[in-house]
Design a protein around this ligand. Structure first.
Ligand code: 7TS
Length: 424
């Protein structure tokens, strides 16, 4: 049986008197949710991979291209100045969303992956020597493993994972022990994309800081479901991706403490990141421009700003309460199904249910669900080391977004019952 307690509250989302949440009204904001798939109403339970977009985001993007588009930071003409204003406003919206101290601490990237690569290359890579260590955890997405391996290999450094237990909970004592005098960087996910488990980030950051080690938080999943406050967390870097937060793909965010970003060399060279260029020597702009070489995803940043407005408009606490209700509902229903094993049901969680059928391959389960109009992700979820830890090759993952309903969870459970009928 599952361990999700009825009263458990996602950290950072404690609430008093949540505002009424009208999920039907919310659903009406997402045009794609009214379409059918294989002749069935779409049940979209794959928001952990990428979320659907509300009309407000789609409109913000088309409005830019229809009315206010030009390149930014380089024109004296009206449209360039206007597009620059909108881009800067989007940066300010991200700053407020993360409660960063300054807008200059927010760098726009393509996605979480690029944000992590940027830090690995421009911050950690610069400081690594042979025999140094980078500490991750077994929960990580490949995006928070491979960039560190690339820089470690160049320096002769090693990447180590802090272990999790059989429920996917980080072993804090082991984590602390792995913080050695050779550890130059700690990087870990705030919320597992496979299990939905929320890591004790504040505690882990404190443990690392006590030993003078900087910390990057992979917030690709957490920025969507938790009230992230980078000052309260005291992380050195925080990364997330727009497309999981109901915004466009191709836009992501790196938050970095001002003094660290200022100390870092550019990640890529080109236009917009310089102060002065000669063939002999180039001087660089201050952050964040130093890290935004070339024409950025202007409409993407503005679309992300619109997504943040949208989520704030619904109320982050109200969204979290709704999602938490669905998570508990789904976990309870699925745990009742014979022949299905749930993964990661203990501890604080957000929006993800991962499971395996005793006899049916996850891809077959995914295909049968798809025939019923239900979109889930199956496979290793770009977290192969975690699959190895559990001795499996993949799971079926239902990830819940702010537009999902109990009725959709019922459909998922009915279809899982049907899987059993088909495979006997
Ligand atoms: N970190 C975590 C925890 C993630 O879940 C993902 C994407 C990433 C990093 C990379 O994000 P990107 O925007 O740079 O690609 N996770 C998933 C997923 O779970 N299914 O598809 C993508």
């Amino acid at each position: 049986m599952t361990q999700v307690a009825a009263e458990s509250v996602v950290p950072g989302t404690e609430r008093t008197n949540p505002p009424a949440y009208d999920v039907d009204k919310v659903r009406a904001d997402f045009p794609i949710l009214s379409r059918e798939v294989h002749g069935k109403p779409l049940v979209f339970l794959d928001s952990g991979a990428s979320a659907q977009k509300p009309r407000a985001v789609i409109k913000a993007i088309s409005d830019v291209y229809e009315n206010e588009y030009a390149n930014i930071h380089r024109g004296v003409h009206y449209l360039s100045v206007r597009a620059t204003e909108l881009y800067d406003e989007a940066r300010e919206k991200v700053r407020a969303y993360l409660n960063a101290a300054k807008a200059s601490e927010i760098v726009f990237t393509r996605n979480t992956t690029e944000a992590i690569n940027l830090v690995a290359s421009s911050f950690t890579g610069q400081r690594l020597k042979e025999g140094d260590e980078i500490l991750l955890t077994e929960l990580e997405h490949h995006a928070n493993i491979v960039p560190w391996q690339l820089v470690a290999e160049r320096a002769g450094a090693v990447v180590k994972p802090a272990p999790v237990d059989g429920d996917g909970i980080i072993d804090l004592a082991a984590f602390e022990k792995l913080l050695t005098p050779r550890t130059r960087m700690v990087a870990f996910t705030h919320t597992s994309n496979v299990l939905g488990i929320i890591t004790p980030a504040k505690e882990m950051i404190k443990l690392a800081h006590d030993k003078g080690i900087p910390v990057l938080i992979d917030g690709a999943q957490s920025a969507v479901h938790l009230n992230v406050d980078v000052q309260d967390l005291d992380c050195d870097f925080f990364t997330f991706t727009g497309h999981k937060l109901y915004g466009p793909s191709g836009i992501g965010v790196l938050y970095g403490k001002a003094e660290l970003l200022e100390s870092m060399p550019p990640y890529q060279g080109g236009g917009d990141m310089i102060e002065y260029v000669t063939f002999e020597k180039t001087t660089f702009a201050k952050p964040p421009e130093r890290f935004e070489a070339g024409t950025p995803h202007i409409a993407g940043a503005i679309g992300l700003g619109a997504a943040i407005d949208y989520v704030n408009g619904l109320g982050r606490d109200a969204v979290a309460a709704h999602e938490h209700d669905l998570l508990q509902y789904a976990t309870a229903q699925i745990s009742e199904l014979p022949g299905i094993k749930l993964f990661g049901t203990k501890g604080e969680k957000a929006s993800i249910v991962s499971f395996l059928h005793d006899d049916v391959h996850p891809h077959d389960v995914g295909t049968i669900l798809d025939q019923a109009g239900i979109a889930v992700r199956v496979g290793h979820h770009c977290a192969q080391p975690l699959m190895d830890r559990f001795g499996i090759t993949g799971t079926v993952r239902a990830s819940i977004g702010l537009y999902n309903t109990r009725d959709e969870i019922d459909k998922l459970v009915e279809s899982l019952d049907h899987v059993k009928e088909i495979f006997g």
